[in-house]
Design a protein around this ligand. Structure first.
Ligand code: FAD
Length: 392
């Protein structure tokens, strides 16, 4: 017999953004059901002090403050996160340092492992007693006069006022809603790995920009660094074929030996990089959040922050919604779409603009890019403005 569940909101997808959405809405006393295609246990494997997750996130102070307000931070192990006190960017002929002190802020952000953030979100979700259905395969979406109905296997039907689609880049919900996407292929791959460095990173995030080649070394506790190296598909294949020692040599050379000798910890992983933007963020009784709505280049380290900001805005709008009003009503969903589009567009422009500027072969633009870095370096007020944008 088909199991039936009735709820206010169903969140489809238990990635970081879906988990946060379920928590934020449950805290408003909405009845929430989280639907996952995976078992929850997968995201709860133990972390130990000798290994570091290859996938890490640079969270902005605004994201951290929000996760604290949600109570998620109570489950984070502070010994496994690292503050970012400064950011050092190298272009071909010049460099720029942006520090927290320049803008009188406590820090520019922090680095946290995917697994650790995931664990904290799951724990908070369970503490709230949110209903979770795992290991399901969604089959179709249909509508009644006042609800959206999700049918899934094995034998499950969930009726809700609203679906929050947090099912990632290849969002099934987005496809069901026939929402098209705009895709820009960078023909780049992010190669990620962790290292133990000989020299201290001094809580500095370092980035080297070359033509379609951005190496980022992000600070982790105890002289560890996490690498995200965005390179062409061909170069990624070469890097992935290297031994651990070979990769260390390449990274040392590209990072000008600033961190001294590097020793690789764990495996080398990779992910293709594209920019994908959903042409609509809403459909009938559906809102898109996180990578389901947008994927951006990781060079700005903003992907998950952008996804969390979707949830912040949605939660801000729902908290102001009159108790008698329908949370899936189109006029209400339009407010969300309008509010989020500007942020998405500015992030897309920032990442594609940077990729273009640092890759340009045009002498004038090349000079302008280097001149720009030097000018920013000399102008405290401009630096402060840039930092204030980055910590949002
Ligand atoms: C190499 C790399 C480095 C990055 N570094 C950073 C960084 O430093 N800072 C940052 O902010 N961002 C970073 N990002 C981006 C960030 O990883 C993503 O933006 C973020 O993980 C998106 O989270 P999400 O929850 O929206 O989607 P996902 O993490 O993709 O989660 C989607 C979930 O939905 C589930 N799902 C899918 N289909 C279904 C279905 N039909 N039914 C039920 N469940 C389903 C999936 O199993 C998954 O659990 C990086 C990305 C890459 C590739």
């Amino acid at each position: 017999m088909t199991k039936q569940i009735h709820t206010d909101v169903m969140v489809v997808g238990a990635g970081l953004v879906g988990l946060a959405a379920a928590i934020a809405l449950a805290l408003q006393n909405k009845h929430v059901v989280l639907v996952s295609d995976k078992p929850p246990a997968e995201s709860k494997s133990a972390l130990n002090s000798d290994s570091w997750d290859e996938r890490v996130y640079a969270l902005t102070p605004a994201t951290e403050a929000w996760l604290k307000a949600l109570g998620v931070w109570d489950f984070v192990d502070e010994n496994r996160i690292n503050p970012i006190d400064s950011m050092h960017i190298w272009g071909a002929e010049s460099d720029l340092v942006l520090s927290a002190a320049d803008a009188n802020v406590a820090k520019l952000g922090l680095i946290i492992e995917n697994q650790q953030l995931m664990n904290a979100l799951w724990q908070k979700l369970q503490a709230l007693g949110v209903t979770v259905v795992t290991d399901v395969r969604c089959t179709n979406i249909e509508y009644t006069l006042s609800e959206v109905v999700l049918n899934a296997e094995p034998d499950l039907q969930i009726k809700a006022k609203l679906i929050v689609a947090a099912d990632g880049l290849y969002s099934w919900v987005r496809q069901q809603a026939n929402i098209a996407t705009d895709v820009k292929k960078y023909h780049q791959v992010a190669v990620v790995a962790n290292f133990l460095a000989e020299n201290s990173h001094h809580n500095e995030a370092k980035q080297w920009f070359n033509a379609h080649d951005v190496l980022a070394l992000l600070p982790l506790p105890n002289r560890h660094v996490s690498m995200v190296w965005s390179v062409s598909t061909e170069k990624a294949a070469q890097l992935l074929a290297l031994s651990n020692e070979g990769l260390c040599e390449q990274v040392q050379a590209q990072s000008l030996g600033l961190l001294g000798e590097l020793k690789q910890i764990g495996q080398t992983r990779s992910a293709p990089l594209n920019q994908q933007t959903s042409l609509q963020l809403i459909s009938e009784r559906i809102v898109l959040v996180g990578d389901a709505a947008h994927q951006i280049h990781p060079m700005a380290g903003q992907g998950v922050n952008l996804g969390f900001r979707d949830v912040m805005k949605l939660a801000q709008l729902t908290t102001n919604l009159h108790a008698m009003r329908d949370i899936g009503e189109r006029t209400f969903l339009r407010q969300y779409e309008r509010a989020r589009k500007a942020d998405m567009i500015s992030m897309n422009s920032l990442t594609s603009g940077l990729d273009y500027l640092f890759a340009t072969e045009q002498a004038v633009l090349k000079k302008l890019t280097n001149w720009g870095l030097q000018q920013i370096a000399r102008q405290p007020r401009l630096k402060k403005l840039l930092i204030q944008q980055a910590v949002y």
